[in-house]
Design a protein around this ligand. Structure first.
Ligand SMILES: Nc1nc2c(ncn2[C@@H]2O[C@H](COP(=O)(O)OP(=O)(O)O)[C@@H](O)[C@H]2O)c(=O)[nH]1
Ligand SMILES: [Mg+2]
Length: 219
């Protein structure tokens, strides 16, 4: 498995670089999702289940970003999807230049659907556009329904919120209603799906959303 070390990109205009990358990917017919969350929220588990469910329909690739480990890329490769691990030299986010380097090293020939598993934290990744077609974030039940109050930016900049680990709702004081109300106050247009990557509950709605977005993206 390939591992590359990335360094801070030198460019000044990250938003512009992101726009250029997004358009290049659109020309190639590639739908690219930036997946963000805190560490341990369930990004790799959600991606694994999504790959298992969609791999007959789409050719899928995952850019795994981490400060140092490589275990997530190994997990994704074991499912038969293309993957690469990028190390960020201590940085807690991916910007558009770093994302471009990672995608180019991984290779996108023949790919329909690509994901970036961003660095696990709720703060820095929200500040940098990556060139993704859509931003998707995860908030898992054990983290608590107050996170939109504490880390508003990621909720404001995401197109989709996946409330995950709903199989654990009985064990935590997490109110889905309260969470949705807080998130909609910040971002009235956000799509919200409640899922468990462990039991599969709710996964179909998320995957149907992906299907319809991919179709619209290519049109
Ligand atoms: N109960 C439950 N556990 C989950 C679910 N999704 C992930 N996990 C667990 O949460 C932990 C962290 O998951 P991982 O996918 O590695 O999170 P990441 O750091 O965001 O990539 C692992 O122990 C997973 O098995 C879920 O839907 N339900
Ligand atoms: Mg992970």
């Amino acid at each position: 498995m390939k591992v590359i070390e990335l360094h801070r990109s030198v460019t000044e205009s990250n938003d512009r670089d992101a726009e250029v990358l997004r358009e290049e990917l659109r020309q190639k017919g590639i739908f690219f999702v930036n997946l963000m969350s805190a560490a341990g929220s369930g990004k790799t588990t959600l991606l694994s289940r999504t790959i298992r469910d969609l791999k007959e329909e789409y050719r899928i690739a995952v850019l795994e970003a981490d400060i140092e480990a490589e275990v997530d890329a190994q997990t994704i490769e074991s499912l038969g999807a293309r993957s690469i691990q990028v190390h960020t030299d201590g940085m807690c986010h991916m910007d558009a230049g770093m994302t471009r380097q990672g995608l180019e090293e991984m290779g996108l020939e023949g790919i329909d659907l690509a994901f970036l598993e961003n660095i696990g934290n709720l703060i820095c990744p929200a500040e940098f556009a990556t060139g993704a077609s859509r931003n998707v974030m995860i908030l898992s039940v054990p983290e608590g329904d107050d996170k939109p109050l504490k880390y508003p930016l990621m909720f404001e900049t995401s197109d989709v919120l996946l409330i995950t680990k709903i199989d654990t709702l009985d064990y935590f004081d997490f109110s889905i209603e309260k969470c949705i109300e807080r998130v909609r106050y910040l971002n009235p247009d956000i799509r919200i799906f409640a899922v468990s990557a462990k039991t599969g509950e709710g996964m179909k709605d998320w995957e149907d959303w992906l299907r319809s977005e991919i179709t619209a993206w290519r049109a």
